[in-house]
Design a protein around this ligand. Structure first.
Ligand SMILES: [Ca+2]
Ligand SMILES: [Ca+2]
Length: 171
């Protein structure tokens, strides 16, 4: 009985360690596909790392307008739990979110924080109690979709470290 218990603890620890030091960061504008009203811009908002993506204020959002997304193909080097971060710029409380879908998982709400008109990093999941995103080693598809207009995204990052917090421009 005791031996079995020790084995279970060791197996759990090994699983949690996977992906822990991994950080995958990319420019939001380097999407595989961009669907309007998502647009790639190079000017109009200082402080971005190169270009950024924008859904212009007034472009429309679901259910009135269901189009608008950026699709990424991301290579994950190690299976494990990941926290999704994005460097964003929100115009206000009706302009502070995306709907994010990873592979065929359930779409989730990303954002809804109250930092407006400044570039800042936002993460998912927000709560320490919430389950992070479990990803297998290999290629994954991540979609940032239109939920509210008046939003911008500059960089996106997946971290295997719960305590890692990006600041400023990454890399
Ligand atoms: Ca909102
Ligand atoms: Ca960028």
């Amino acid at each position: 009985m005791k031996i079995l218990f020790l084995f279970a603890v060791a197996a759990t620890a090994a699983f949690l360690a996977q992906g822990k030091g991994v950080k995958v960061c990319w420019e939001a504008e380097n999407a595989k596909t961009i669907e309007q009203p998502v647009a790639r811009l190079s000017t109009g908002c200082d402080g971005a790392s190169g270009d950024f993506l924008e859904i212009p204020e007034g472009a429309g959002n679901p259910p009135a307008r269901n189009e608008g997304k950026a699709v990424y193909e991301v290579e994950i080097p190690e299976s494990g739990n990941y926290w999704l971060w994005a460097r964003v710029w929100w115009n206000g409380e009706c302009s502070n979110s995306f709907t994010v879908t990873i592979d065929d998982k359930t779409p989730f709400l990303f954002g809804e924080d109250a930092t407006y008109r400044a570039w800042h990093w936002v993460k998912y999941p927000v709560s320490r109690m919430a389950k992070p995103v479990s990803l297998e080693q290999g290629k994954h598809t991540i979609v940032f979709a239109n939920r509210e207009d008046g939003v911008r995204v500059d960089q996106i990052l997946l971290s295997g470290d719960r305590r890692f917090v990006p600041s400023g421009i990454e890399k």
